[in-house]
Design a protein around this ligand. Sequence first.
Ligand code: IMP
Length: 456
Amino acid sequence: MTNESQHHASACTAVVGLQWGDEGKGKIVDLLSPSFDAIVRYNGGANAGHSVVVAGERYALHLVPSGILYPGKLSIIGNGVVVDPEVLIRELDGLGSRGVDTTGLVLSSRAHVVMPYHKAEDELRERLLVQAGNIPTAGEATAAAPSQAIGTTKRGIGPCYADKAHRATAVRVEDLLRIDVLSRRLRHICALKNAYLSAMGGEKTYTPDELIAWAEPMGRRLASAIKDTTYLLHDHLAAGKRVLFEGANAALLDVDHGTHPFVTSSSTTALGIPSGTGVPGTRIGNVIGVVKAYSTRVGNGPMPTEQINAIGEGIRQRGREYGTTTGRPRRVGWLDLVAVRYAGMLNGVSSLAVMLLDVLSGIDELRVCTAYRLVNSGGVGAVVTGRFPPDADVLGTVEPVYETVPGFAEDITGVRRRADLPSAARRYLELIERGVGVRVSHISVGPDRAQTIIEA
Ligand code: IMP
């Protein structure tokens, strides 16, 4: 590697989730932000919920990059994000009213806009999928098929990304600034959407005029933030500035590599950074994979280590495992190292941030899934594998193979050095490092910035 390319590589760091979301990425981004000049979102939309606690104050961010809490930084929403302008403006106003300077926000002109009909479509699709699951099909004379509803956040994410792929029905952020173009486009968009939504049982129809009345003031409000973020980022890097990419959702929800079809609609891993920002992957020198010390999942889809019992309930209560975006109780399970190893591989992680370790304190024995038994492997006897089958139908049939290790009873929320953790907690971290093949660089023992053990 030349000095020049080394310089480029180290200028960019990514923070990504290695499970099903809600790992605590916001806290790690927040911790790292002081040493970066720009913090960039590259995927997802208002389905994400990043909570950051600063000086005892909790901030829940959905669209604005967590770096906004540091004055003087650029907080960039890249082209790969789908932006609900209503949510964005509400979030900016909320931050402003708490004294946070939001002038560093930059919004890609090429990001796609989540329109009101996208949310209606998300809702209708989910409703129909639930209903369809209740209709017995030919092959299943009596039993209802399991629901194929995704359990989305109903934020219009899937329909907006679908329109991005459909092209003719897409609205981009730059269109909010050229109302004449948008008006023309909305004529055929409304014709298509109204036909589609009413065929799905929707009652509301949309007119170009009402959508313009909705879009125009928001375009005006956001105008000064809307820029070509691809050139902005390249100019930044050419000037030797440092860029932090903030992944939303997480690896196992990736539209290509996650537990399809129970995934979100974007490229959630570090693989999504190049297309979601215009910055090539060769520039990304450091990827921090964020892992919760156990597993959680919101929405439907397989989760091999799920614990629908007192253990799961206890962790849910101690970890306050309720969705930041929807308030839904999260499904809870033991740490799944098969899944995390796979996610680490996809992201090319350089180190791990283990979050919410304190939540496990008080459990006598901890279990960690280190392999899967493929029950329907067809042969005689079950096959045991360390590889993750991302297909939801296959993953739904695997049985986790657990390693059981001693738990720890001590309150670790005040610990600030890895060496001072109880020996069982240290052994648990070593098990994770061995399982993923990557060292742990950050250990979170509480929600506050200060409650973090850093081994850089
Ligand atoms: P969508 O992204 O709203 O379409 O939802 C698709 C699936 O991804 C659902 O199971 C959601 O619960 C899940 N999901 C999307 N974003 C997040 C997130 O940030 N954290 C956790 N789950 C998420």
